[in-house]
Design a protein around this ligand. Sequence first.
Ligand SMILES: O=P(O)(O)OC[C@H]1O[C@H](OP(=O)(O)OP(=O)(O)O)[C@H](O)[C@@H]1O
Ligand code: HPA
Ligand SMILES: [Mg+2]
Length: 165
Amino acid sequence: MSLPEKAFPVSWDQFHRDARALAWRIAGVGNGWKAIVCITRGGLVPAAIISRELGIRVVETVCVASYHDYTTQGDIQVLKEVDSALLADDGEGILIVDDLTDTGKTAGLVRAMLPKAHFATVYAKPKGRPLVDTFVTEVSQDTWIYFPWDLGFTYQEPIAEGHKG
Ligand SMILES: O=P(O)(O)OC[C@H]1O[C@H](OP(=O)(O)OP(=O)(O)O)[C@H](O)[C@@H]1O
Ligand code: HPA
Ligand SMILES: [Mg+2]
């Protein structure tokens, strides 16, 4: 397991604010969305917030997994496809939501299912950025984003201790 150099920890409060900021940006793009398609599991949390903010009550999932060993990406697996009723019109009027795009592999796969859908993520890294239409914050490729649902309270070593030779 190789740990990325930089850490970007996100609290629940910050995630809520960032997901709301994403909802504001999507509201500026258009309205009348037919449904949200959220990419599980990470997309479930921003999808709940966006669904509430924009009044989109039809929320579908596409279930994809690729990071099987914490920070190491393996083969991408589609565990559940999008309901065929939502595949009409190549995804026109559909809002795809995920927590982040990193290498862009997941975004590329789901985009191919719904080519005309609008793709939104809360965070984006440079490799994945060209695959999403709307995002809130970009972090560098060598940064790992720690989401609040993956974290607990632990002792933090003082900064100076970590720099001792
Ligand atoms: O741009 P990529 O390199 O494809 O990575 C981004 C994807 O990786 C994570 O999901 P993961 O597959 O770990 O599953 P999870 O959402 O269940 O945590 C994250 O939630 C994105 O969906
Ligand atoms: O930076 C990340 N953080 C959490 N999950 C992820 N899945 C891909 N990249 C990341
Ligand atoms: Mg995911």
